[in-house]
Design a protein around this ligand. Sequence first.
Ligand code: SAM
Length: 457
Amino acid sequence: MSTRRPRRSAPASGAGTGALASSAAPGTLLDLEVGPVAHGGFCVARTGGRVVFVRHALPGERVRARVTDASHDRYWRADAVEILTAAPGRVEPPCPHAGPGACGGCDWQHADLATQRAGKAAVVAESLRRFAGLDVPVVVEGPPPVGSAGTGADTGTGVGADPGAGGLGWRTRMRFAVTEDGGIGLRASRSHLVLATPDCRIAHPLLLDAVAGRRFPGADAVEVAVSPATRQVAVAVRPGPGPDGPPGVRVVEVVGERRFAVGPEVFWQVHPAAPEVLVDAVRTALRPRPGETALDLYAGAGLFAAFLAADVGPRGRVVAMESDAAAVAAAADNLADLPQVSLRGVRVTPATVRGVVGGRSSDESGTSRGGVDVAVLDPPRAGAGPAVMAALLAHHPRAVAYVACDPVALGRDLAAASTAGYELVSLRVFDLFPMTHHVECVALLRPRVTELPASGK
Ligand SMILES: C[S@@+](CC[C@H](N)C(=O)[O-])C[C@H]1O[C@@H](n2cnc3c(N)ncnc32)[C@H](O)[C@@H]1O
């Protein structure tokens, strides 16, 4: 597969080859005025009353775009292949594999980081407006420098001695595709095609070193996890030994004072700065007090539960719920020194959340409330869903931190929270996935304070 970058051309190039089309086949060229960024790594344009989702473009640009999918009545998909008028935030992609028809891993290699973050802020704001009816100013915070823990050697890939800088060299976990002859590859956008190269510019140098020159004949995929802090590497070949097979190799991650052993098959944040950033945001939002009961839904390898346990102390309690067997096994080891944590290997459902704690607790004023004082939930991309939100909020926690990797699911779940009497108090948004369209939100919810109507007396 060849990498074809959008060509920049002089403005006002005349009629060109683009069409103002009302019907199109893949390959048709369209000249488009590009509108706002939408969720998913593309911008919105219109032609002949139809929406076109355009990749490799930026808001405000005029582009010539090649239709890649015209199978839907209401929208088409297209790739910008020629930039007729460039936006100020456009840059030469630092990765040679970014561009139309090439690697699908990154969406915004052609934008500077400020433009990427402005686009993500717009997407989060629009999702909350549309799905939760909330008008919230959104600022996207960049990750802090990874520091000495993330420092690796210059690999000659354009990733310097400071992985993470410039939005490159940060990704510590990857699932590579495997080519027919066993080579490491990257997947093309919306395609099963494999680009036969291991050269990923957002991958951490340690991760690239782990697969350099290796072949995996017969494998479907190869999962790699590296820990910049301990420089450990774990490689898992898929298909693996199966659910009853031996546990895979884990890497030890370091977050503050704590260590977490996590294999490549278990969820762990992929940016080296992410665990610390998110733990700090969650603790700052919830401010758990000694003796309180905290809930950690979708607990993974135990990241938030460990720190909440320290905050509520030995007299407090943390209930952590996670359904993936490998994650539960990792969390059991990672939380073994914290007897105040009760780890449940169950699916988060309305029923399991409703039954999560028995009895009632009380606050400093002696007011009785549900058995949960604070909660963090960090669901997969689909979100928790309105029924789980309702079950959680029926415990009347005083504060809930919702960690969301999908702003649309967050918007929908905030609408459910509002129905249950909770309001959004603060929102932090982090760019923990530079070059991609992904973004991480931490939303703090509290019970809505309703003012009593003024007395007529
Ligand atoms: C985004 S990860 C968060 C993990 C952890 N909080 C962290 O930051 O490392 C979501 C986790 O939810 C788990 N999960 C997905 N669906 C679930 C469900 N219905 N019930 C319980 N856990 C679920 C996944 O296995 C994964 O570990």
